[in-house]
Unconditional design. Structure first.
Length: 245
């Protein structure tokens, strides 16, 4: 059965519909020459859809040691062990792999291998290995100049070996422990849709907890905890090249 409606009710409904249409038109009416909210939202959605979310980066630079291996023993001038492992600096190479979980936030992994130089041992060689997880915040990832900040957390191994005249190993020392914070800041300069290059600086804070030492002439190394562990740091300026996939 059809519901009976008076003419006045039908007129009132028509007036309400016309008022709603006018309000909608006024709300989204934009001055000539300016983009409408619909166009801007469509453009942002298109950029999000076409964003290259996988990032592969290669970093290089110089690492300056700060802090101590253990309490009272500076990382840059440790001569108290069978192998003098005072590190004057290192050349680090780092590989990053990350995924953009949102338009501005990247989550990923990092692994760094550094060739170390030693202060008081001309016959020594060694390296520093660091790896872990990181998060980066990119302020304007769709612009040519994109400043970013990063924070990492990981683990570190430092190794030193002393060589004899024939090139054989006569003694060795290694230490390992947690990297509590890896602070980063940089600027990505877009050189194309999929490639960027720019400067960065990193500052890491860690602590060695255990060590392995093989004195000269010893057949086997000895393992021990580091007494009075202390904090050490690496200051690393350099360049980062990023490929977006």
């Amino acid at each position: 059965m059809e519901e009976y409606r008076s003419g006045s009710e039908e007129d009132a409904e028509e007036e309400d519909e016309e008022a709603a249409e006018e309000t909608s038109e006024e709300r989204f009416d934009t001055p000539p020459g300016e983009p409408s909210p619909f166009d801007e939202e469509e453009s942002r959605a298109r950029k999000r859809k076409t964003m290259r979310k996988f990032h592969l980066a290669l970093r290089g630079g110089y690492g300056a040691p700060l802090g101590e291996i253990s309490d009272g023993v500076p990382l840059a001038s440790d001569t108290s062990r069978p192998v003098p492992v005072g590190v004057s600096g290192m050349i680090p190479i780092q590989l990053d792999f990350g995924y953009m979980v949102s338009r501005k936030v990247l989550l990923g992994l990092y692994a760094q291998y550094g060739v170390a130089f030693y202060t008081d041992c001309g016959n020594c060689s060694g390296n520093d290995l660091r790896f872990g997880l990181q998060i980066q915040y990119h302020f304007v990832p769709d612009k040519k100049l994109d400043p970013w900040l990063g924070l990492g957390l990981g683990y570190e191994f430092l190794r030193a070996r002393e060589h004899d005249a024939e090139g054989g190993h006569t003694a060795s020392f290694s230490a390992h422990g947690f990297e509590f914070a890896n602070l980063q800041a940089g600027l990505d300069i877009a050189l194309g849709k999929a490639f960027s290059l720019g400067p960065f600086v990193g500052f890491s804070l860690g602590q060695f907890m255990s060590s392995k030492t093989r004195p000269p002439g010893a057949p086997e190394p000895s393992y021990s905890s580091i007494d009075d562990p202390a904090l050490h740091m690496w200051l690393e300026p350099g360049l980062k090249a990023t490929l977006r996939l």
